[in-house]
Write a protein that binds this ligand. Structure first.
Ligand SMILES: *Cc1c(COP(=O)(O)O)cnc(C)c1O
Length: 223
């Protein structure tokens, strides 16, 4: 996990360079490419945040290691699988429809609010899930009727491109949308966080205000 030091240094440099950068940037180590023992090494290296995108694999790893770390569910989530994962993951990054919100609300442990990011498809790419920016505010307003859901922020996946500079406008748009929602002061949606940036584009995402970056291949490699 020596690469974590380089990533941290890169983040600090980006924070110094840009006024829009957040004061605290959390690195979610995306461990979907690696097995349980490598995931354990990630935790041993002192990395707190673990990201998984599949319910079965994520739950298996959590069963082995879940007494440690903070677990983030970052993939598409089928409603029928919410029951299996809801008590294991502290954050869900992919809330994108009311039917899923309803299921999360139903399955949430009593007296617990589930921290959710609303996923926005800022680029409009057909292959990506998420709401359009235009739909997002109304969607979040409606989430107020599900008392077990707390909207902690917005999440996006940018298109994969050679030059990450190309996706800067998408990250900026997500930040502006976040600022709009924060200004509503909805109690169910404090919405301060921005989950954006992956291995190839996290520097630009940090410059544009990311508070959670989701880094897989640059940190743990693909094997
Ligand atoms: C796989 C994945 C990542 C990490 O991707 P890398 O390019 O390997 O850093 C981040 N977010 C989501 C939603 C993913 O599925």
């Amino acid at each position: 996990m020596h690469r974590m030091n380089d990533i941290r240094a890169t983040i600090v440099a980006a924070q110094k360079r840009c006024d829009a950068a957040a004061e605290h940037v959390h690195v979610v180590a995306v461990t979907k490419y690696v097995d349980t023992s490598t995931t354990e090494q990630v935790l041993d290296a002192g990395i707190e945040h673990i990201g998984e995108n599949r319910v079965e694999e994520g739950v298996d790893k959590w069963e082995a290691l879940g007494s440690r770390g903070t677990w983030h569910f970052i993939g598409n989530l089928q409603s029928k699988k919410v029951k299996q994962m809801i008590d294991k993951f502290q954050y869900i990054h992919s809330l994108d429809r009311l039917s899923l919100a309803k299921e999360i609300n139903k399955r949430a442990p009593e007296d617990k609010r589930i921290k959710c990011f609303v996923q926005v498809n800022v680029s409009g790419e057909g292959s990506k899930s998420g709401l359009s920016p235009e739909e997002t505010i109304e969607f979040i307003e409606k989430l107020g009727s599900y008392p077990s859901i707390e909207v902690v922020g917005l999440m996006t996946m940018a298109p994969f491109v050679e030059d990450p500079e190309t996706v800067r406008p998408y990250f900026r748009r997500l930040r502006e949308l976040r600022d709009d929602i924060v200004s509503k002061e909805w109690t169910h949606a404090p919405c301060h966080e921005l989950s954006m940036g992956m291995s190839n584009d996290y520097v630009v995402a940090v410059e544009e205000g990311a508070t959670y970056i989701r880094v897989g291949s640059a940190l743990v490699g693909k094997n």
